[in-house]
Design a protein around this ligand. Structure first.
Ligand code: ADP
Ligand code: MG
Length: 245
């Protein structure tokens, strides 16, 4: 479903991603861990074409972008539709209700029929446990509820892949579980997912593979068992000793 080859990203002189290679099969869940500043967000933003890589090739579904060539806006737009992104800070439109937030993309970007979008948005909000909050504005919702609206909003675009950038790290601890549950349900339904998170339980229960990123390179990768219980690299061991509860 996803193929990344030789992905590099520079911000001016600073090379943040130094040649990432990754294959993700359909329905697989990849968890990305690594220290602050290692390039996790930049990597997800490249997968969503929010950043333009300096070099490399990314294929997602039927779309392929080769960043050693010039790329048109149209190519970027259809590429971006392959993925849905969930941000740490929810990024909901504050002046729109939960329902309007979920309906906005399919109507304005995909020009879908309004009646159909309405029923799709209602069922997505139902699915994330917010069927009774359709008309609530973001400020009337808890962080966990806002993040679940964020997930429903991304799903409304019917992406092939869901990208999550530390989706629970801004939440109070008691609200983390409700968001992780929605994510686990999605994984169980066969959604292909790339998740940046330091929630070890989620990684252990849902990930097919865990990648440890440091200074723009994948230092180590393996099953959750391999990475968390038998890490090989000193840098992985040191990082895990800092985050494990
Ligand atoms: P992480 O998500 O792992 O904490 P990031 O991908 O956010 O890491 O950042 C990796 C590095 O890239 C950091 O050194 C950060 O300062 C730098 N960086 C990220 N975005 C930009 C940008 N838009 N301009 C310049 N530097 C950036
Ligand atoms: Mg980040």
């Amino acid at each position: 479903m996803i193929s990344v080859k030789g992905l590099k990203k520079k911000f001016n002189q600073l090379e943040v991603l130094k040649g990432i290679d990754l294959e993700v099969g359909k329905g697989k869940v990849i968890v990305l861990i690594g220290p602050s500043g290692s390039g996790k967000t930049t990597f997800l933003r490249c997968l969503n074409a929010l950043e333009t890589p300096s070099d490399g090739v990314i294929s997602i579904g039927d779309e392929k972008l080769d960043f050693s060539n010039s790329i048109t806006k149209k190519q970027v737009a259809s590429f971006r539709r392959q993925t849905g992104m969930v941000f740490q800070s929810y990024n909901l439109f504050p002046h729109m209700t939960a329902l309007e937030n979920v309906m906005e993309g399919p109507i304005t970007v995909k020009k879908e029929n309004k009646e159909q979008v309405l029923s799709k948005a209602k069922s997505l909000l139902q699915k994330v446990g917010l069927g009774d909050k359709l008309d609530y504005y973001p400020f009337q919702l808890s962080g966990g509820q806002q993040q679940r609206v964020g997930i429903a909003r991304a799903l409304a675009m019917e992406p092939n892949v869901m990208l999550f950038d530390e989706p629970t790290s801004a939440l109070d601890p008691e609200l983390v579980g409700e968001v992780l549950k929605v994510m686990k349900d999605l994984a169980n339904e066969g959604m292909t997912m790339v998740v940046v998170t330091h929630e070890m339980r989620f990684a252990k229960e849902a990930a097919d593979e865990v990648l440890f990123l440091d200074q723009g390179v994948i230092v180590e990768r393996g099953t959750p068992e391999q990475i968390f219980t038998h890490p090989k690299e000193a840098r992985t061991k040191q990082f895990l000793s800092l985050i494990e509860q």
